[in-house]
Design a protein around this ligand. Structure first.
Ligand code: MEV
Length: 313
């Protein structure tokens, strides 16, 4: 058996969502993580195999060390939450086609796949809410203070309008546009960038509170207008969104240079998506331009991750 989970992008509201402002995330169903479990009949130990990140982790459930890997922690949390006894030794095979440390929720997706696969292996019915709670425990190890938006969209697999601890609205997006995800090729730690924004907020509270609040306002506008506004109005909201993220300090020269190249290829709107300082950028084009745009990206050797239609998402 293999269990799988999707990835995500943030359409609007990264960082501000950590401080209680609204954000919108959309599922990326073509980039996924996969986990399969089999009994380890040859060795008296559990093994996690994640060859893509050159990780092979061996652990004995009877002996808990401090500072353990988040993947192992997810497994232990599941087993203790459901009070499982007489557990056989297992081998976890992990595979993912989600770029790592790139703002697409690869960590949350892998944790979700581990939990889904454990629930199949032990034949336990687990609700989406329970999966979310368990993934959040692991997210706290990765991020310190996660807003919860990544596991929320990954578990539910639908576009969401989200306010931390307050609002979860499923939204229908029906816009005749493509969102094209491009990898900057720079790996970025969400925790480090979230910590950076917090430090800046402490140093410059007026400036940062205003930026975070303005980002929240854009998320609400996008939610209200997305299906009814013109493409130009939508592009303005996305470009304005990126301008605020840049002022927040989460862009850099490499990202801005890439954005210039992507504009030359024909993108109408562009923003960082996720924590920033690397990871992916998301770009928007109309369907009549998509083919040419994708060719131009290829000619310039830019790293396309995925192109998704926003029609009936
Ligand atoms: C990460 O996908 C989005 C951030 O806002 C962090 C979070 O919400 O936990 C940067």
């Amino acid at each position: 058996m293999t269990s799988e989970s999707i990835s995500k992008i943030i359409l609007s509201g990264e960082h501000s969502v950590v401080y209680g402002y609204p954000a919108i995330a959309i599922p990326v169903k073509k980039c996924k993580s996969f986990v399969s479990i089999k009994e380890n009949i040859n060795e008296n130990i559990n093994v996690i195999k994640a060859p893509q990140i050159s990780k092979e982790i061996y652990f004995d459930l009877e002996k808990e060390k401090s500072g353990i890997n988040p993947l192992e922690k997810t497994i232990r949390n599941f087993l203790s939450t459901y009070k499982l006894k007489n557990i056989p030794n297992m081998i976890f095979d992990i595979y993912s086609d989600i770029p790592i440390a790139s703002g697409m929720g690869s960590g949350a997706s892998i944790s979700t796949s581990i939990i889904k696969e454990l629930s199949c292996f032990f034949d336990i019915k687990v609700t989406k809410e329970e999966i979310y709670e368990l993934v959040m425990e692991t997210e706290k190890i990765y991020h310190g203070n996660p807003s919860g938006i990544d596991p929320m969209v990954i578990v539910h697999e639908k576009p969401i309008f989200y306010i931390k601890n307050k609002t979860l609205d499923f939204i229908n997006i029906n816009k005749n546009l493509f969102v094209v995800i491009i990898d900057t090729g720079i790996r970025s730690s969400t925790k480090k960038v979230v910590d950076y924004v917090r430090e800046q907020l402490n140093l410059y509270p007026n400036k940062y509170n205003k930026l975070l609040s303005d980002l929240g306002i854009i998320s609400s506008k996008i939610k209200d207008l997305i299906n009814n506004c013109s493409n130009e109005e939508f592009f303005d909201l996305i470009n304005e969104n990126h301008k605020l993220l840049k002022e927040l300090g989460i862009s850099n020269n490499e990202i801005e240079e890439l954005i210039e190249k992507v504009k030359e290829c024909g993108a109408d709107a562009i923003k960082i998506s996720g924590a920033g300082k690397g990871g992916v950028i998301i770009t928007f084009v109309t369907p009549d331009k998509i083919e040419k745009y994708l060719n131009n990206l290829q000619e310039k050797n830019l790293k396309l991750v995925e192109a998704i239609s926003l029609n009936l998402l």
